[in-house]
Design a binder for this molecule. Sequence first.
Ligand code: SAM
Ligand code: 2KA
Ligand code: SF4
Ligand code: MG
Length: 210
Amino acid sequence: MLSKEIQLEVNKGAMLPLMEEFYTIQGEGFHTGTAAYFIRIGGCDVGCHWCDVKESWNAELHPPTSVDLIVKNASSYADTVVITGGEPLTWDMTLLTQQLKDKNLKVHIETSGAYPLSGTWDWICLSPKKNKLPTQTVYDNAHELKVIIYNKHDFIFAEEQAELVNDNAILFLQPEWSKKEEMTPLIVDYVMNNPKWRVSLQTHKYLNIP
Ligand SMILES: C[S@@+](CC[C@H](N)C(=O)[O-])C[C@H]1O[C@@H](n2cnc3c(N)ncnc32)[C@H](O)[C@@H]1O
Ligand SMILES: Nc1nc2[nH]cc(C(=O)O)c2c(=O)[nH]1
Ligand code: SF4
Ligand SMILES: [Mg+2]
């Protein structure tokens, strides 16, 4: 249990359960191949059975860390910071994103959209999940839609989500990692037949980097 004081700071978004921070190459989606500092915030109740960071789910396992300290660490690396998790929109992102922007950093988010949008973002990657659908604010503001393909039904889900996201969002299909041998060829065919979609791969896993 957190002390009352710390719980209040977390509620305000002045402290966040920090799981890890690392400087790497964005592996997925529109900004694939570009250097970025990743900040992974713990806490997620969406429950994707194939999630590749299940250790992030329980926020209590990750120490509440002041936004001041998180920003101080981030500002000495690349000019782009990616906030991920866990599900970052579990928390109020207002203070974190404002302070990162005050340091002239570009601020990106990886989100399932399961909670309403908070914070100021240069790039929003929405990866919707069937078990907890995105909120309208995230559909309206997403810059890219990245749907994970675990089975054939996920192509239908992807088309449904493309109808709901704003018209400017760039559309990606990304194979679920454990099903990539089976699903990647289907994605390739699908994109050739439906060229409004693009292929996204988890390139950092092929490169053996974080
Ligand atoms: C771990 S999630 C954290 C951010 C947020 N909770 C979300 O789901 O967007 C980061 C990205 O990894 C994707 N992802 C997670 N597990 C994956 C897997 N096994 N294969 C492919 N992509 C995966 C998610 O869909 C999301 O786009
Ligand atoms: N290199 C790298 N790129 C990523 N893009 C999204 C990631 C995430 O876990 O949110 C991720 C990640 O974990 N590593
Ligand atoms: S929403 Fe993101 S962090 Fe949460 S379980 Fe799904 S992939 Fe993992
Ligand atoms: Mg990842």
